[in-house]
Each structure stands twice: as structure tokens, then as C-alpha cells.
Design a protein around this ligand. Structure first.
Ligand code: 5GP
Ligand code: MN
Length: 332
């Protein structure tokens, strides 16, 4: 870790322009740590551009001190032809492919031989890149941005503190998931001291959710069926259902999966949602001993032991059965 941080500091010394990005479907940690890293590197005097394959979700837009362009941004294309990036940094991505379209295109935006830095906290991180700063003992990538700031001697200002606090808050499930530890709470304390306001941040992320979110949740609980003698709970939504609930197109189902393992007796849960004609995203959660990362990996996904995800292809009933079968096998 320290070795990686020092190597990062060394390459920053000669890097004129730096590209940073994070994973597709960015969650609170991805958004918060990306924005926080952008500010920390700028405060250090580096010219940094953040790019995101998917847009910042509505509920995290309050964190953005400046917009984050997508990979097809005109200005990005223009600037990189005359002045390519000297360094790329991907944060909160367990594998290169998780960065989506940015992973496919970043090499053409960088000068040949530009180093790639991998900053992450997933236990299954593939170790991609030239400089690896991975600590699976940390609950969030936001905490790793604090480490970067410390190595660079950058002071955290209130705007950065808010971004990083949101990262720690969301990835620890409001300091309630099993990854919550002394380090995450100390980081949060530091961020509050630096100007983050816990109440406003929690309010913006958790207490201003669209009515459609609660309607969908009610619908899912109403039709809930448990599997494996009540040890498995799977919620599934088709594209049509999603569209019917979120009529304005601002889809927000983050955290729905967490409810599956709040049912008495349930050990593992999943939220399956159709995202394309034959494409389904599965979010998995575990409460107890079962490792859901192993289940996600059987479908080419990954994550943590208690929170993981993957993509499945097929028709709804069959995909759902396939997921339930893999979950059931993991109970044996
Ligand atoms: P969520 O269910 O909240 O979207 O994701 C839970 C965890 O699993 C997160 O740490 C996320 O980074 C990881 N994850 C979700 N989907 C995938 C995937 O398709 N591949 C990999 N490697 N990790 C995933
Ligand atoms: Mn994370």
C-alpha cells in the first residue's frame, strides 16, 4: 500500500495531465471518491480530468462541484489529440473492464507508455495496472483518497470532505455493514472535522428518495416469495415494471437489495433487474457466513463477500431460476 502510494506520488511529479475514472453504474463510493480524488490532485497542482462511462446518479449530483464528462465528450476528444494524458487512475474498480467504455478507450487518450494506477478496496481486485494501491481491509475507496491526500500533503477542504464522507457513508451502509471498522469511523470523524456535515449528507442521499422507490419496494415485498426454506430472498423487476414505476426515467433502486437480507431467517438475497432485452443485473447480499462474491464470480461478476454483483443473459424466468439455483448451491 505505502509502496504504491509513494510510487503514485513519484509519477505525479512528472505528469502534466492526469485522467481519472471509476466503475460503471457508479455508486456513492465511486462518485464520492472520484470527485474527492479530482479535488485532491488539483490541490496538489496537477491538471486532472475525471471521466465517467455512466452519468452521475441524480441523488449524488449534489456532490459534484463540477460536471463529469462522458467518454464521448467533444472537448475530451479535442484536448487528447493535441495533449494526451500522461497518467490514468482508476478508482473503486476491481477489474479494468469495470470502467466500461473508459477502459476500452483510455489508451487512445494517453501518450504511449503512460502508467495506469489502480486504487481500490475490493478483495477480488485483479491487480491490473502499473501502480497498485489496493487495501481490502478498507470499507471504501473514499478512505484511500484520504491516504493519497496524506502522502501528497494536501489538506482536505469542506467540499472534498463532503464528497469523501458520502463515499464512506454509502459503502459502509451508513456505518452498519460488517465492513464498518475503526478505520472507516476514524476517516469519517476526520472528514467531519474537515467540514463534512453528516446530517445534510444523509438527508440528501437517504431521505429525499422518489416516491417511486417506495412504491417499487412495497410492490416487491407484497409479492415476495422466499426460497430454500426461507434462507433466500430474490426480488426481480422487468424493464416494463421499472418504466411503470419510474415514469420520469430517473431510475433509483440503490439499496433495494439490502432489504432482502433484512427479512428474518434470510441469509442471502438478490435484486435482479432487467437492463436490456436479454440483459439482467444482479446485486447480491449476504448476512452471515455465505460468500456472495463466489456466486457472482460464477456469472463473471465480483465484489465483496457480503455484497457482490454480476450480469446475466437470457429470459426473465430462466435467469431468475439460474440465479436462485446458484444461490441455493452456495447454501450447501
Ligand atoms: P451493488 O450490488 O451494490 O451494485 O454491488 C455490490 C458490490 O459488488 C460492489 O462492491 C460492486 O463494486 C461489486 N460489483 C457489482 N457488480 C459487479 C460486477 O459486475 N463485477 C464485479 N467485479 N464487481 C461487481
Ligand atoms: Mn467501493
Amino acid at each position: 500500500m505505502l509502496e504504491g502510494l509513494n510510487a503514485f506520488k513519484d509519477v505525479l511529479a512528472t505528469a502534466g495531465r492526469v485522467l481519472i475514472s471509476t466503475h460503471v453504474n457508479p455508486d456513492g463510493d465511486a462518485v464520492g471518491s472520484l470527485l474527492g480524488l479530482r479535488r485532491v490532485l488539483r490541490a496538489y497542482g496537477v491538471a486532472v480530468t475525471a471521466v465517467l462511462a455512466d452519468p452521475v446518479p441524480v441523488k449524488y449530483r449534489f456532490l459534484a462541484d463540477e460536471p463529469v464528462p462522458g467518454p464521448r465528450d467533444d472537448e475530451l476528444a479535442r484536448s487528447t489529440t493535441t495533449d494526451p494524458f500522461d497518467l490514468a487512475v482508476f478508482i473503486d474498480a476491481s477489474e479494468l473492464e469495470r470502467v466500461g467504455e473508459v477502459a476500452e478507450r483510455f489508451a487512445q487518450w494517453c501518450r504511449p507508455g503512460a502508467p495506469l494506477v489502480n486504487i481500490d478496496h475490493h478483495i477480488g481486485n485483479t491487480g491490473f495496472g502499473d501502480i497498485v494501491i489496493v487495501d481490502p481491509g478498507r470499507a471504501s475507496s473514499g478512505e484511500l483518497v484520504l491516504e493519497v491526500a496524506d502522502v501528497l500533503g494536501v489538506t482536505i477542504d469542506p467540499v472534498t470532505a463532503r464528497q469523501l464522507y458520502a463515499a464512506v457513508l454509502t459503502d459502509t451502509g451508513r456505518f452498519q455493514f460488517s465492513n464498518t471498522n475503526e478505520a472507516s469511523l476514524c476517516a469519517a470523524g476526520r472528514l467531519v472535522r474537515a467540514g463534512a456535515d453528516p446530517q445534510t449528507i444523509a438527508e440528501r442521499i437517504y431521505f429525499e428518495r422518489p416516491a417511486a422507490f417506495y412504491r417499487l419496494l412495497g410492490h416487491l415485498f407484497e409479492h415476495m416469495t422466499l426460497q430454500a426454506e426461507g434462507r433466500i430472498c430474490v426480488f426481480a423487476v422487468s424493464r416494463e415494471e421499472t418504466a411503470a414505476f419510474f415514469r420520469d426515467g430517473h431510475y433509483d433502486s440503490e439499496g433495494i437489495v439490502d432489504f432482502t437480507v433484512q427479512v428474518e431467517g434470510v441469509e442471502i438475497g438478490a435484486f435482479l433487474r432487467q437492463t436490456g432485452e436479454r440483459i439482467f443485473r444482479a446485486s447480491l447480499r449476504s448476512r452471515g457466513e455465505i460468500n456472495v462474491r463466489a456466486i457472482a464470480e460464477t456469472f463473471g461478476g465480483g465484489g465483496h463477500e457480503k455484497a457482490a454483483g454480476c450480469t446475466l443473459e437470457g429470459e426473465m424466468p430462466e435467469v431468475r431460476e439460474r440465479l436462485i439455483a446458484a444461490m441455493t448451491r452456495s447454501l450447501e
